[in-house]
Design a protein around this ligand. Structure first.
Ligand code: TLP
Length: 343
């Protein structure tokens, strides 16, 4: 049985080109700064994002945590959207390890409202913690891969600068955001002080995320990475795949986006199944199965038995993610199988 894996773009496998480059990569001990492949990836990532410096980090979760630690001091408060990945899905690392308090705000489709941020920024008062950071997420995972519009990011940036509060972007899928918004990633990155982005999602690298920002910030981040046990030695093995991810794989994401639209449109033709097409902007789709009358765990199990892997979001929604391992033919076939399951 062919397995069609829509659980996440994290399931993508390294490409042939990546595997070949990994075998031949010049290596060294990166804790000494000696791995030339890591150095090349970090220089490339910084220039692609239009920032001074970059750091290779094992995962997106560790990258976001290191960013929060590097921007803040323990006891501060940070502003986050209430369904952001950092708040919901990162094991409360910001509280336990970074020692900051989360101040969550409800966004519009994942986008923080400027007026709400302004109201949430702490004033000087003996009772209050200091606001140490504003975090955004683009594309927004829980929102169904929606993009945060550039005007919104610019407005938040201006507020942050006016109030002297740094801005971090969880740009795990910033390349998807750039394709969906029709801009270069730099146009998004310029509205924040730091960006974490993943090489190991739609870009197909087996391991790795990058943190980019000003040089002094990245040097601080390098030390926190060591503290967390993320100082890697011959990491050029990973970095070699990361270079291919940036140079080649970032150019094919539009295919995942058109497969997502096809999937959403076809699923919408099944009775009891609903997708809000306005939210289908990149490679993630939230699909509402509530009116089929079948429970989400039952649907997920039935799909698995038929070779379709998905993750339930909540009691109504199943998330589908398109990526390099899913073809247009898979999308068409999967929808017909799901149509039978929902009958
Ligand atoms: N997201 C994963 C799971 O953790 C849910 C997924 O399958 O979507 N930021 C965002 C917006 C993410 O979606 C993720 C991963 C991360 C950060 C963390 O990246 P990793 O998995 O590398 O720690």
């Amino acid at each position: 049985m062919r397995i069609m894996d829509f659980r996440s773009d994290t399931v993508t496998l390294p490409t042939e080109v990546m595997l070949n480059k990994m075998v031949k990569a010049p290596l060294g001990d990166d804790v000494y700064g000696d791995d030339e492949t890591v150095n090349r990836l970090e220089a490339l990532a910084a220039s692609v994002m239009g920032k001074e410096a970059a750091l290779l980090i094992p995962s997106g979760t560790m990258g976001n945590l290191i960013a929060v630690m590097s921007h803040t001091t323990p006891g501060q408060e940070i502003i986050l959207e209430e369904s952001s990945h950092i708040y919901l899905y990162e094991v409360a690392g910001i509280a336990r390890v970074a020692g900051v308090q989360a101040r969550t705000l409800k966004g519009d489709n994942g986008a923080l409202r400027v007026a709400d941020i302004e109201a949430a920024i702490r004033v000087d008062n003996i009772h209050f913690p200091e606001t140490g950071l504003i975090c955004q997420e683009n594309t927004h995972n829980m929102g169904g891969g929606v993009t945060i519009p550039l005007e919104q990011m610019e407005a938040v940036y201006k507020l942050g600068k006016a109030r002297n509060i740094p801005l971090h972007l969880d740009g795990a899928r910033i390349f998807n955001a750039a394709v969906a918004l029709g801009v270069n990633v730099r146009e998004i990155a310029k509205y924040v002080d730091s960006v974490m982005f993943c090489l190991s999602k739609g870009l197909c690298a087996p391991i790795g995320s990058m943190l980019v920002g000003e040089r002094a910030f990245i040097e601080k981040a390098r030390k926190y990475r060591k503290m967390l046990g993320g100082g890697m030695r011959q990491a050029g093995i990973i970095a070699a795949a990361g270079i291919v991810a940036l140079e080649e794989q970032s150019k094919r994401l539009h295919e995942d986006h058109s497969n997502a639209i096809l999937l959403a449109e076809r699923l919408n033709t099944i009775e009891g199944v609903a997708v809000d097409l306005t939210t289908v902007q990149s490679n993630i789709i939230n699909v509402d199965f509530h009116d089929t009358g079948i429970s989400i765990p039952d649907l997920v199990n039935k799909m698995r038995e038929s070779g379709i892997l998905v993750n339930g979001r909540n009691h109504r929604l199943i998330r589908f993610v398109t990526h390099n391992g899913v073809t247009k033919a898979d999308v068409v076939e999967a929808v017909e199988i799901i149509r039978q399951i929902c009958k």
